[in-house]
Design a protein around this ligand. Structure first.
Ligand code: BGP
Length: 492
């Protein structure tokens, strides 16, 4: 047997892309609730409507820099995909039953911070929100499904973003610590697997972390990262104090990256890119301190992190139990990319890899890259690892008879699970589990689209909010069920 007994098989979602019920049960607004839809295939970004300091309104792209003092708003005449999303809030029992039928023994979900603290920094938590997740976790246990909970997944409370510049501010970190105290205590015994900050390496911008000036102001970007690291370490330490049985992982977008050629300049460009995009975040959260190159960079740039006494110690004490990551694609990195074409992905922009095909959204499809990444993580850190996101975003066609024949998705899953298996069986990597992304259709984080679907379960909802939200099984549902029920032995 290649996958160990008790291997965690399941799927992953995030509250802001799945839950809906954006103001139900006492929930407050998060930044994600102010993000419109976009169109990824045609490169039209998601947008924010903001009120500027002088009271006028303006629209910005999701990844743009937003001027200091601007406040994102919900415009009554605009469609916001997260408001209903695919409505887990009203379908959770039905959905969890489907996850069980699929053969899942783990379900990765995130808690929406603003369901617990509507403004992020309220004095007391919202009991209705706490109760909602308690019921969800109990329902999971009914079926022998272990919840794996992401504490923070792209859902900075809007109040903290608008009034405090999000994670640039110590105030946001302190509010986050209170939020951690509350959920870790409340769900003791119900949740034992936790992830701290989703894709901590992805961005420091307003969309992810409520930061206005994150490009022109490097100090802001670095201060935001510092607070995220301290917050993550706090969560780990607290989780261990609350219950020594708790196991806590980091969460990094960890695609594979290759030098474009054997020209040492390309090789060095890849080393630098991997440092910046991946290893910095892993090193801090696994080893507990900033690597030398980063310390030197901060000095060179004249950036001085604002720290409080005890922060450095906390970073060392709050190192993670396992290395969990998302894997979708790979990048080829060149020293002189301007001479070559570009390829897209969720991590960084590289250049086109002539050996690989890409998805409709331009994300390269590279199953062997997953084995490479699993090996590099295991070789570097020697702690258990887990693939907590992986999958293919594609346009699905519903046939006359209601069936969805997503063989392209089955191919993607089969080839990726095979390389995971090789990593375990041949390379000896300590892999704990696998939770493919959006195993039920959810709103795309990057583009706000519904048509970019990852699920094995289809949800009737389109890009404009039309659909009855009914659930149906795609062909891939049967495939993944067979894989899970055979503990990864039957991949044909
Ligand atoms: C990761 C996020 C997820 C998710 C996924 C797919 O970056 O953690 O939230 O959405 O990528 O990306 P997208 O939805 O943009 O296709």
């Amino acid at each position: 047997m290649s996958f160990p007994k008790g291997f965690l098989w399941g799927g992953a979602t995030a509250a802001n892309q799945y839950e809906g019920g954006y103001l139900s049960g006492g929930k407050g607004l998060a930044v994600a609730d102010t993000l419109t839809g976009g169109d990824g295939i045609h490169n039209i970004p998601r947008k924010f409507i903001v009120e500027l300091a002088d009271g006028t309104r303006a629209t910005f792209g999701g990844r743009d820099e937003i001027p200091a003092g601007a406040k994102a708003i919900v415009d009554p005449d605009t469609y916001y995909p997260s408001h209903v999303a695919t409505d887990f809030y009203h379908h959770w029992k039905e959905d969890i039953a489907l996850f069980a039928e699929m053969g899942c023994n783990v379900y990765r979900l995130s808690i929406n911070w603003t369901r617990i603290f509507p403004n992020g920094d309220d004095e007391t938590p919202n009991e209705e929100g706490l109760k909602f997740y308690e019921d969800v976790f109990k329902e999971c246990h009914k079926y022998g499904i272990e919840p794996l909970v992401t504490i923070y997944h792209f859902d900075c409370p809007l109040h903290l973003a608008n009034e405090y510049d999000g994670w640039v501010s110590r105030h946001t970190l302190e509010a986050f610590e209170r939020y951690c105290d509350t959920i870790l205590t409340r769900y003791k015994g119900l949740v034992k697997y936790w992830l701290t900050i989703n894709e901590i390496n992805i961005n420091t911008n307003f969309m992810m972390n409520g930061v206005h000036e994150h490009i022109s102001n490097k100090q802001n970007a670095e201060q935001c990262r510092w607070h995220l690291f301290v917050g993550s370490a706090y969560a780990v330490k607290k989780a261990h104090e609350v219950d020594p049985e708790n196991k806590v992982g980091l969460m990094i977008a960890h695609g594979a990256s290759y030098p474009y050629s054997c020209n040492p300049e390309d090789v060095w460009a890849e080393v630098e890119s991997a440092h910046n995009m991946k290893w910095f975040y892993g090193d801090v959260q696994v080893r507990g301190y900033y690597p030398a190159w980063k310390v030197n960079y901060l000095k060179r740039e004249g950036i001085e992190l604002k720290k409080e006494p005890g922060d450095d110690e906390l970073l060392r004490e709050g190192t993670v139990d396992f290395y969990s990551f998302s894997y979708y694609s790979s990048q080829a990195i060149a020293a002189h990319p301007e001479k070559l074409g570009e390829s897209a992905g969720n991590q960084t922009h590289g250049v086109k890899n002539p050996y690989l095909q890409a998805s409709e959204w331009g994300w390269t499809i590279d199953p062997l890259g997953l084995r490479i990444v699993l090996n590099e993580i295991w070789d570097r850190y020697q702690i258990p690892t887990m693939v907590v996101e992986n999958g293919l975003g594609a346009i699905d066609k519903v046939e006359e008879d209601g069936s969805i024949n997503d063989d392209y998705r089955i191919d993607y899953m089969r080839t990726h699970i095979q390389t995971m298996k090789d990593a375990v069986e041949i390379d000896g990597v300590d892999l704990m589990g696998y939770t493919p992304w959006g195993f039920i259709d959810v709103v795309s984080a990057g583009t706000g689209e519904m048509r970019k679907r990852y699920g094995f379960i289809y949800v009737d909802m389109d890009d404009d909010g039309n659909g009855d939200l009914s659930r149906s099984k795609k062909k891939s549902f049967g495939y993944i069920q067979k894989v899970y029920k055979s503990n990864g032995e039957d991949l044909d």
